[in-house]
Ligand binder design. Structure first.
Ligand SMILES: NC(=O)c1ccc[n+]([C@@H]2O[C@H](COP(=O)([O-])OP(=O)(O)OC[C@H]3O[C@@H](n4cnc5c(N)ncnc54)[C@H](OP(=O)(O)O)[C@@H]3O)[C@@H](O)[C@H]2O)c1
Length: 382
């Protein structure tokens, strides 16, 4: 495992962090036996940074991570979790969330505590409620060690937040498709230039970069010698290629993905991609960018939907169809997965309440896009 030193923090973190938003799932539940094996492998192979949050896995994520770190593993990792900024209404709420998180995670302190998923509105609300005062008090009490934020808004807002406080770390979405999206490359350089350690999330755009490669892209990949898994490899190494990146969090949903990403991490040095690899990244980006219909990363922050519409599944089928060109196969998959007797509903069940749009970190016009999904897959002409 390679390590990089976080400037202000002064500690070395593994270049690959374990993002616990996408633990392996079986029959709708986290497969804790598999997740536990993964956590042990991760730590044995040198991963020392674990990231979770209040809403992951339907609100059970922190308690699950607490169990995965039992038996002395907790002390071997830097544990990060986040204040669910969109749920904070009063100053007291912040104390309540933190206390509950300490209990769920079975720990007396959280190493990295982030203001979660900041946007301009949430930042304004948190400043009004003195969230930084709360964080500093929690640090003085030994309940948290590092003060940080994660971010999902535009570059100007990012710079404003960076400038507002001497943050230890920040967490941004960054991958080869999002080089100029949200904080983007300029934000990465800006934060790093101010001595803030940068943690990258969604390095594979939530798995969008590794979906089966269609026509032109498939042919380009094959010619260059890439398969689905090697595309993950090059996309992760593209992130590590940036010297300003401290570590990246990978949401690994199987033991195979973890093994593979650990191997990739061994080659995750700054400025290490060859000109041929950089040319392939550019070709892949050009093809994907023109084809994706919805920039959904399946983070599921939009859930729960009052009508149980499985929004990430709807958008996954739409994107897969648009990228692969195989509309019939995606329609069949959509109708099978979102069948009447399953948990998730189809796009046509949307009543346009808009709750999902207030939560989506990608700011997707979900109601409008669901209509596109319904038109594509639920009409007989589709
Ligand atoms: N603070 C925030 O606002 C925020 C938001 C989002 C995420 N996060 C954190 O950042 C972490 C990383 O984000 P992410 O989970 O979106 O990461 P990601 O790496 O962009 O996407 C993870 C998905 O990529 C696919 N994948 C991973 N390794 C692969 C491999 N070797 N081969 C093929 N496919 C592979 C898997 O998709 P399949 O399951 O389809 O195979 C996996 O579920 C999260 O887990 C979470 O801890 C934070």
């Amino acid at each position: 495992m390679l390590y990089r030193k976080m400037p202000r923090v002064g500690e070395e973190f593994s270049v690959l962090g374990f993002g616990c938003m996408r633990l392996p799932v079986r029959n709708g539940q986290v497969d804790e036996a598999a997740a536990s094996r993964m956590m042990r492998t991760a730590i044995d192979k040198g991963i020392n940074y674990v990231d979770t949050a209040w809403p992951y896995h339907g609100g059970q994520g922190e308690a699950i991570v607490g169990r995965l770190l039992e038996g002395g593993l907790r002390d071997k990792v830097t544990l990060a979790t986040k204040l669910p900024s969109w749920l904070v209404r009063t100053r007291g709420d912040m104390d309540t969330f933190l206390e509950k998180q300490l209990v769920s995670l079975q720990t007396d302190h959280i190493d990295v505590y982030l203001l979660h998923s900041l946007t301009a509105d949430r930042w304004e609300n948190l400043m009004r409620l003195d969230a930084l005062g709360f964080m500093e008090k929690a640090r003085a009490a030994g309940k948290i060690r590092y003060i940080a934020f994660s971010f999902h808004d535009g570059l100007d807002c990012f710079k404003k937040i960076v400038d507002a406080y001497p943050w230890d770390l920040c967490q941004i979405q960054y991958n080869l498709l999002d080089e100029n999206y949200q904080a983007g490359r300029e934000g990465l350089r800006y934060a790093s230039g101010k001595g803030i350690g940068v943690v990258v999330m969604e390095p594979l755009k939530g798995g969008n970069i590794t979906i089966p490669m269609p026509g032109e892209l498939g042919a380009a990949a094959k010619k260059a010698g890439y398969s689905r898994s090697t595309l993950a490899d090059i996309a992760l190494r593209w992130v590590w290629n940036h010297p300003e990146v401290g570590l990246l969090l990978s949401g690994m949903s199987s033991e195979e993905q973890m093994d593979q990403n650990i191997e990739s991490a061994a080659r995750g040095r700054p400025n290490s991609l060859t000109p041929e690899e950089l040319a392939f990244v550019k070709a892949a980006r050009d093809l994907y960018e023109g084809k994706m219909r919805v920039p959904c990363t399946a983070c599921a922050y939009c859930k729960p939907c009052p009508k149980s519409v499985d929004i990430p599944q709807c958008f996954s089928n739409l994107n897969n169809a648009a990228i692969s060109g195989n509309w019939e196969a995606q329609k069949a998959n959509y109708l099978y997965i979102l069948a009447d007797d399953r948990d998730g509903n189809r796009a046509s069940a949307c009543v346009e309440c808009g709750l999902c749009e207030t939560r989506c970190p990608q700011h997707i016009p979900i109601r409008e896009k669901l209509k596109e999904v319904a038109a594509a897959f639920e009409t007989s002409a589709a």
